[in-house]
Design a protein around this ligand. Structure first.
Ligand SMILES: Nc1ncnc2c1ncn2[C@@H]1O[C@H](COP(=O)(O)OP(=O)(O)OP(=O)(O)O)[C@@H](O)[C@H]1O
Length: 276
């Protein structure tokens, strides 16, 4: 894990966000504070609509917070965006259907104006890193959903980002593919030393991929709990069998749903986390 936030990790300090659309005002976030040291891995989990994507979009310079400070590597999201220090991968990361995988992976560098030979080299490297070697000349429609997500991750990696901001990147995938990609992502994080901030609805995915899981409470969203995952960075599938894994799961369930969650009778109301 990286050193302190002095070295320029992700900083979210007292961030608030109010969306105004015509006569509708939505307070999406209030007083959110979170520090992720450089090289650290963190996840945001919480009920649907609690503001997880908003927080990520603030860091990715897609929206500006209405109060507070967000820093990426010690600078504002806008400066980080110009310096290309972060990459964003979402559930619907789009692949242009008429371009082959190699050309899709090159896209980020093409937009950034990098010359053809250099972007080809970076794209080939990234494709190898995500395990898609041999599929460079395939069209997106010829790949599985999991392979397309790997291609989206490869495209993000060509930018050699210090920060990977991921919004439900594996949300549309089946459990087996998802778990496989979780461990591939861990390998990539170790190889690239990138800092991760992941939005996920899966408690187990959050534990597998994080040093810190931040739990958000809804309306307006704020960070209500922080659970440190003490597995270090050498992780294998065996971590799931570690009794500590089950203890983290219980702690996070408790933080999300309250004390009665693990033994809730069927007649009890559905917890807010499950309401869409
Ligand atoms: N562009 C927008 N304009 C107005 N309101 C918005 C906008 N984006 C999000 N919101 C509102 O802000 C709140 C937080 O939304 P956000 O997408 O950040 O939540 P989330 O936790 O990521 O949800 P989910 O888990 O369902 O993806 C919601 O009430 C949502 O309706």
């Amino acid at each position: 894990m990286g050193s302190s936030s002095r070295s320029g990790g992700l900083t979210i300090r007292d961030v608030g966000m109010v969306y105004r659309r015509r006569d509708q005002v939505t307070t999406a976030l209030t007083g959110c504070t979170l520090d992720i040291p450089e090289g650290g891995w963190a996840s945001l989990i919480g009920a649907s609509g609690c503001g997880k994507s908003t927080l990520l979009r603030i860091l990715a310079d897609i929206v500006k917070p209405t109060s507070g400070v967000a820093l990426v590597g010690g600078v504002s999201p806008a400066e980080a965006r110009s310096a290309r220090t972060f990459a964003l991968v979402s559930q619907q990361s789009t692949m242009l259907p008429w371009r082959k995988i190699l050309a899709n992976v090159e896209l980020g560098l093409e937009v950034a104006g990098v010359d053809k030979a250099a972007r080809r080299r970076s794209a080939e490297e990234a494709i190898e890193l995500v395990g898609l070697k041999g599929f460079e000349q395939a069209f997106p429609s010829e790949l599985s959903g999991g392979m397309r997500q790997r291609a989206a991750i490869a495209r993000a990696l060509t930018l050699k980002p210090r920060f990977l901001l991921m919004d439900e990147p594996f949300g549309a995938l089946d459990e087996i593919t998802r778990e496989k990609l979780n461990f591939e992502l861990l390998r990539i994080l170790k190889e690239t030393s990138a800092t991760l901030l992941l939005v996920t609805h899966s408690i187990s995915e959050a534990i597998i991929l994080s040093d810190t899981v931040a739990v958000m409470s809804p309306r307006p969203g704020r960070i209500s709990h922080r659970v440190e995952i003490g597995f270090g960075h050498d992780r294998t599938n065996a971590m799931r069998d570690d009794p500590a894994f089950g203890a983290y799961e219980a702690e996070l369930r408790h933080a999300l749903h309250g004390p009665a969650s693990s033994a809730r009778p069927a007649s009890h109301p559905i917890p807010a986390f499950a309401i869409h």
